[in-house]
Design a binder for this molecule. Structure first.
Ligand code: HEM
Ligand SMILES: CC(C)=CCC/C(C)=C/CC/C(C)=C/COP(=O)(O)OP(=O)(O)O
Length: 294
């Protein structure tokens, strides 16, 4: 027998809807990079108040962007198997409610970032603008460069974290942004390969759909080699220590080896999925290492 009263069950369902429409997986992934870059930039002094404002602020700003994306992408999401069960596609929430929710999340998030410093606020705004306006409204549907544009937005949470800790633009910030961009492109090309049927159905002009697998693999390899060099540069400029360098180089070489296997694999989707999983492993390890090994 079910002992939960129907009204509480209804409330739990509602909370779940409001949570899932914010894409919690993407928020959590970004939070790992935000925390790493904040700890790296904070060096000796860790301001707990700023840390809390940062976590709440950037989570709400990303959540706002993701709810807007859900509203804009409803037609695309409805034809892709992976996204067909999303809240708005299923009609479980009205667009109007979602829009109000996105505005409240954005307002709250930007207020928190503004209370940290102007740079954190501005980088948050750039990230939101790139994701909602340039990526979701235009590039994802129209341009083969959609992934590059999306990756600019995805790099901004790291810039926000860095500026919350250091409040300046310097070589450390620029390398972190580049590392994030060069990581995201193979991350999303891999997804494009193992979800190719979905993206074809939705008519999304992804690089990994328009070009043959070998060319995509060559591009992934180039991005990952540059990512490796950038990781090394962070050590050379003294932003990270020897333990960071050793572990990162091992992980990068493994990623390069995994990419090379793409040239002769017969199971492209299986290989692409392993590239996606490893991209998550390497960015999480990177964030932990820069955060704890000054
Ligand atoms: C720093 C930026 C990024 C981070 C930290 C990140 C992190 C993640 C994480 C942790 C997941 C798994 C959780 C989930 O599926 O909800 C994921 C999935 C995904 N990411 Fe990323 N991502 C970033 C950028 C991008 C970019 C630029 C794109 C595409 C242009 C992208 C597209 C996707 C898609 C489509 C999935 C779902 C994959 C699937 O299950 O089929 N991500 N990302
Ligand atoms: C400050 C700020 C708001 C930064 C943005 C952070 C962020 C959301 C990063 C992910 C970037 C991205 C292009 C994801 C794919 O979206 P998609 O719409 O192609 O994914 P989907 O198919 O799962 O909807």
């Amino acid at each position: 027998m079910d002992h939960v009263p129907p009204s509480s069950q209804h409330d739990v369902m509602k909370v779940k809807l409001f949570l899932s429409i914010t894409k919690p997986g993407i928020i959590l992934g970004n939070l790992i990079t935000v925390i790493g870059s904040f700890f790296l930039a904070s060096q000796d002094v860790l301001n707990i108040g700023v840390f809390l404002l940062l976590i709440v602020g950037i989570s709400c700003v990303i959540a706002s962007g993701c709810v807007f994306n859900n509203i804009i992408d409803k037609d695309i999401d409805s034809v892709m198997e992976r996204t067909a069960k999303r809240v708005l596609v299923q009609g479980l929430m009205s667009d109007r409610t979602a829009l109000r929710y996105a505005l409240i999340l954005g307002g709250l998030g930007f207020l928190c970032l503004l209370n940290i410093n102007l740079l954190s606020f501005l980088f948050g705004l750039i990230g939101w603008f790139f994701y909602v306006v340039i990526y979701s409204l235009w590039a994802k549907r129209q341009s083969v460069y959609g992934t590059m544009i999306g990756s600019v937005s995805g790099a901004m949470p790291m810039a926000v974290g860095y500026c919350a800790g250091a409040n300046r633009i310097d070589s450390g910030l620029m390398i972190l942004v580049l590392i994030s961009i060069f990581w995201q492109i193979p991350h999303s090309y891999a997804i494009g390969l193992f979800r190719s049927d979905d993206y074809k159905k939705a008519n999304i002009p992804l690089f990994s759909i328009l070009y043959e697998n070998k060319k995509v693999t060559v591009h992934c390899l180039l991005y990952i080699v540059v990512f490796t060099l950038l990781c090394g540069t962070l050590y050379l400029l003294d932003y990270a220590g020897t333990f960071y360098l050793l572990v990162m180089m091992l992980l990068c070489f493994y990623w390069i080896w995994l990419t090379l296997r793409g040239f002769y694999t017969l199971y492209v989707k299986k290989w692409a999925r392993s590239m996606f999983v490893f991209s998550i492993v390497i960015i999480s390890s990177f964030s932990l290492l820069i955060g704890f090994n000054y």
